[in-house]
Design a protein around this ligand. Structure first.
Ligand SMILES: *[C@@H]1O[C@H](CO)[C@@H](O)[C@H](O)[C@H]1NC(C)=O
Ligand SMILES: *[C@@H]1O[C@H](CO)[C@@H](O)[C@H](O)[C@H]1NC(C)=O
Ligand SMILES: *[C@@H]1O[C@H](CO)[C@@H](O)[C@H](O)[C@H]1NC(C)=O
Ligand SMILES: *[C@@H]1O[C@H](CO)[C@@H](O)[C@H](O)[C@H]1NC(C)=O
Ligand SMILES: *[C@@H]1O[C@H](CO)[C@@H](O)[C@H](O)[C@H]1NC(C)=O
Ligand SMILES: *[C@@H]1O[C@H](CO)[C@@H](O)[C@H](O)[C@H]1NC(C)=O
Ligand SMILES: *[C@@H]1O[C@H](CO)[C@@H](O)[C@H](O)[C@H]1NC(C)=O
Ligand SMILES: [Zn+2]
Length: 613
C-alpha cells in the first residue's frame, strides 16, 4: 500500500483507534491554532460553570467572620464543590495520587476482555458488585479506601449489621444454642424451602424436644431442637458446609443477586425471608453482647465514628441462662447501652462517639397496631431520651403502605410528641423505587412535607426537578446505599446508579450500607460502598469521597435539636459552636492525617503524575 492510500483511511483509523494522524494536506488546524484554543477555552469555562452547581453553590450568606450570630438561614454550603475547592495542598496531592492509581487500575487491573466462550471472565471497572467483590480487595484503591475516615453510618438496619459467619461462630461457641427447622433438609427442594431458627435451652435433658438428630435426616421431625454443635458436626461436609448452608437462609446468594431479569419484587421476597432466621440468631443475651462488641470493633476498624441504627424497638431478648424472653421492652436497650459503655471504655472504643437509634416500624402494619407501636416508641424515648433519635417506617416501599396512606398516624405521632415536648423527627425511607409518578415515587413529596430530616435512598429523586430544588433548599440529605440499591435490582451496577445526578444537582448526600450482612457485602463497614462510588465516577475522586464523609457528620443527629437548630448547625458546618462543629473538626484532622498517609505511602506514584499530565 502506498502512503497516499493509507492517508485516505487515516481519519477513519483515528476514529477507531483514537490516535493522532500526521497532517498531510493541512485541512485541519493544528492543536495550537487560535480557533482550537478558543474552543478549549469555552469548553473549560462551561465545565467549571457546571461544577459550581454541585453540592454547595457557594452562595454563602455569611459575613466575613462567620459566627453563630451572623448566621443567616438559607445559606448553602454543602461540600462537594466547596469541600473540593478548599482542599489543603496535601489533600490535593493525595487526590492526584489516588486519581492516578484509580486510572491505572481501570486500565490494567479491571479492563480484561474475555476470550470467546469465556464471557464470564470479562472484567471491567464498575461491573456488578457480586462479580467485582472477590477482586476488589486485591486493588490498591481498596487499600486506600478501607483506611479512610468515613464519618457517620446513617442508614443501617439492626438485623443486618454484622456478617453472619461471625454470628454463627458465636452461636457455635455459646452453650445451650439449638437449631430448629420447619422441615428436614434431606433434599434440594426441602433444603430450599425449610425455615430455620435458633434458640437457647438451658437444660437439654429436661427438654423433650431436644434430640441429637441430623437436620439432613429424612427422619428429622419438624420443630425438633438440635444442639447447634451436633447439627454442625453431623452435617455432610461438616461445620463449614453447615455454615455455608445457613448463609443461604440469612443472606442473598451471588446467583440470586445476578438475576436482575427477575425484577424487584422477586429479590425482595428472598430478602424479607432472611429476616426471621437472621433475627433469631440475635435473641440470646450472651450472643447479642458478643455481636455488639464485634460490630463496634468492625465499625472503628473501618473508620466509622458515629452510627444511627434503624431498629424495631420491640425486640425482646432471652436473658443469660434462661429459655424465655424477658418481656421488658427496655431490657435489650440496657444490654446495648451496657456493651457500648464497655467498648467506649477501651482504648479502641474512644474512636466511636456513639450510637443512636431511629425507631423503625414495619410499614405494613394496620392502624391500631401501628399506633400502639408508636406509643411504645414514645415511651422508650421518654426512658432513653439520648438514645432515640428519630422515627421511620420500613420494609418494601413498593408493596407497603405509602406515607400518604400513613398520614393520619404520622400526624398523630407528630401531634403527640409535640404535646409531650419530645423531639422525635422523621427519617423516612423514600423513593426506593423504579417508579416514576406512581404512589411509591410520590413518597418523596410526603417526606418533604413531613419535614423528614434525611431520607433513605431517594433513588427516584433525580427525576423530579422541583423536588431536587426543594430538597436542596430544605437541607434534606439523601442516605445513599449504592450496593443495596444494586442488589435489590434498582440499578444493574454502580454505573447505572443516580447518585451522580443528585450530587450534580446540589442535593446533599452521604453513603450508607443499609443491610450489609444480608445483601451480600458480608462485612460491617462502609468500605465496599465507598469503593464503588469512587471507582464508578470520575467526577467524585478522593475529594468528592471526602465531601460525602464530611456530609455524613454534618447531617448526623448527635443530640436532640429543634428544626431551626438542626438547620442552623448544618448550615454553619465547621463554623458552628456546638457538638457538630466540634466533631466536624475532629474528622477534618483525621482526614488531613489520612491524606498525609496517602502521600507518603504512595510516594512512588508522584512520578507517574508528571508523566500522565
Ligand atoms: C414449604 O414450606 C411450607 C411452609 O412450611 C409448607 O407449607 C410447604 O408444604 C413446603 N413445601 C415443600 C415443597 O416442601
Ligand atoms: C449429642 O451430641 C453431642 C456432641 O455434639 C454430645 O456431646 C452429646 O452427649 C450428645 N447427646 C446425646 C443425648 O447423645
Ligand atoms: C392534636 O392534639 C390536639 C389535642 O392535644 C387535638 O385537639 C387535635 O385534634 C390533634 N390533631 C391531630 C391532627 O391529631
Ligand atoms: C421543652 O423541652 C425543652 C428542652 O428539651 C425545654 O427547654 C422547654 O422548657 C420545654 N418546654 C416545655 C413547655 O416544657
Ligand atoms: C411503582 O413503579 C415501579 C416500576 O414499575 C414498580 O416496581 C412499583 O411496584 C410501583 N409501585 C406501586 C405501588 O405500584
Ligand atoms: C466558615 O468560615 C470561613 C471563613 O472563616 C468560610 O470561608 C467558610 O465558607 C465557612 N464555612 C461554612 C460551612 O460556612
Ligand atoms: C511530588 O512530591 C513533591 C514533594 O512531596 C511535591 O512538592 C510535588 O508537588 C509532587 N508532585 C506532584 C506532581 O504531585
Ligand atoms: Zn433501609
Amino acid at each position: 500500500m502506498k502512503f497516499t492510500q493509507v492517508s485516505q483511511y487515516l481519519p477513519v483509523l483515528a476514529l477507531v483507534f483514537g490516535y493522532a494522524y500526521p497532517q498531510t494536506s493541512g485541512n485541519a488546524p493544528s492543536a495550537d491554532d487560535p480557533a482550537v484554543q478558543e474552543h478549549l477555552k469555552r469548553r473549560t469555562a462551561l465545565i467549571s460553570e457546571e461544577k459550581l452547581q454541585r453540592q454547595g453553590m457557594s452562595n454563602n450568606h455569611y459575613s466575613d467572620s462567620p459566627t453563630q450570630s451572623s448566621y443567616i438561614p438559607g445559606a448553602k454550603s454543602k461540600a462537594d464543590h466547596d469541600f473540593r475547592s478548599t482542599l489543603s495542598p496535601v489533600a490535593q496531592q493525595a487526590e492526584a495520587i489516588v486519581g492516578a492509581i484509580r486510572q491505572y487500575e481501570i486500565e490494567n487491573f479491571w479492563r480484561k476482555p474475555a476470550g470467546i466462550e469465556l464471557e464470564d471472565n470479562e472484567r471491567f471497572a464498575g461491573e456488578m458488585f457480586a462479580n467485582a467483590k472477590p477482586l476488589i480487595p486485591s486493588t490498591k484503591l481498596w487499600g486506600i479506601v478501607s483506611r479512610m475516615p468515613k464519618g457517620s453510618l446513617l442508614h443501617v438496619h439492626s438485623s443486618a449489621i454484622l456478617q453472619f459467619e461471625t454470628i454463627f461462630n458465636i452461636l457455635l461457641e455459646t452453650e445451650g444454642i439449638v437449631i430448629t427447622a420447619s422441615q428436614d433438609v434431606s433434599t434440594v427442594l426441602s433444603a430450599e424451602n425449610a425455615t430455620l431458627a435458633f434458640s437457647h435451652v438451658s437444660d437439654f435433658a429436661a427438654d423433650p424436644k431436644v434430640a441429637n438428630v441430623s437436620i439432613e435426616s429424612p427422619y428429622y421431625v419438624p420443630g425438633t431442637k438440635v444442639p447447634v454443635t451436633y447439627a454442625a458436626e453431623s452435617f455432610s461436609g461438616g461445620r463449614s458446609a453447615f455454615i455455608d448452608f445457613l448463609m443461604t437462609k440469612v443472606a442473598v446468594t451471588r446467583d440470586e443477586v445476578l438475576r436482575h431479569d427477575l425484577g424487584v419484587d422477586e429479590i425482595w421476597r428472598k430478602f424479607q425471608s432472611c429476616f426471621d432466621p437472621a433475627g433469631s440468631t440475635m435473641t440470646y443475651e450472651p450472643v447479642i453482647r458478643k455481636t455488639y462488641q464485634s460490630v463496634f470493633n468492625a465499625w472503628v476498624d473501618d473508620g466509622i465514628t458515629w452510627v444511627e441504627l434503624r431498629s424495631g424497638g420491640s425486640a425482646k431478648l432471652v436473658p443469660e441462662g434462661e429459655d424465655t424472653v424477658n418481656p421488658d421492652l427496655d431490657f435489650w436497650i440496657h444490654v446495648l447501652l451496657d456493651e457500648l459503655q464497655k467498648f467506649q471504655a477501651t482504648e479502641k472504643g474512644k474512636g466511636l462517639w456513639g450510637v443512636r437509634i431511629i425507631w423503625a416500624d414495619f410499614r405494613g402494619l394496620e392502624s391500631s397496631r401501628l399506633l400502639s407501636n408508636m406509643e411504645k416508641a414514645i415511651e422508650r424515648k421518654q426512658h432513653f431520651p439520648d438514645l432515640f433519635s428519630g422515627y421511620d417506617v420500613v420494609a418494601q416501599e413498593d408493596l407497603g403502605r405509602t406515607l400518604l396512606d400513613l398520614a393520619p398516624e404520622l400526624l398523630w405521632f407528630q401531634n403527640r410528641t409535640q404535646a409531650l415536648n419530645i423531639t422525635y423527627p422523621f427519617f423516612f425511607h423514600a423513593g426506593e423505587t423504579l417508579g416514576d409518578g406512581n404512589s411509591t415515587d410520590d413518597n418523596l413529596f410526603d417526606a418533604l412535607l413531613f419535614d423528614s430530616r434525611r431520607i433513605g435512598h431517594g433513588f427516584s429523586l433525580y427525576k423530579h426537578p422541583l423536588l431536587l430544588e426543594q430538597y436542596v433548599e430544605k437541607n434534606i440529605l439523601v442516605e445513599v446505599c449504592p450496593i443495596s440499591n444494586e442488589v435489590l435490582r434498582l440499578s444493574t451496577d454502580i454505573l447505572h446508579h443516580p447518585i451522580p445526578a443528585m450530587i450534580a444537582h446540589g442535593v446533599p448526600t452521604a453513603i450508607s450500607n443499609d443491610d450489609p450482612a444480608i445483601l451480600g457485602e458480608d462485612s460491617a463497614g462502609l468500605s465496599f460502598d465507598f469503593y464503588q462510588i469512587i471507582q464508578g465516577f470520575d467526577n467524585i475522586g478522593l475529594g468528592g469521597l471526602g465531601a460525602l464523609a464530611q456530609n455524613s457528620i454534618r447531617w448526623s443527629n448527635f443530640v436532640d435539636q429543634s428544626q431551626e437548630e438542626w438547620i442552623r448547625d448544618i448550615d454553619l458546618g465547621l463554623n458552628g459552636t456546638g457538638i457538630k462543629a466540634q466533631r466536624l473538626k475532629q474528622w477534618q484532622e483525621k482526614w488531613e492525617t489520612y491524606c498525609q498517609w496517602i502521600v507518603e505511602e504512595y510516594a512512588d506514584w508522584n512520578a507517574t503524575l508528571i508523566v500522565n499530565h
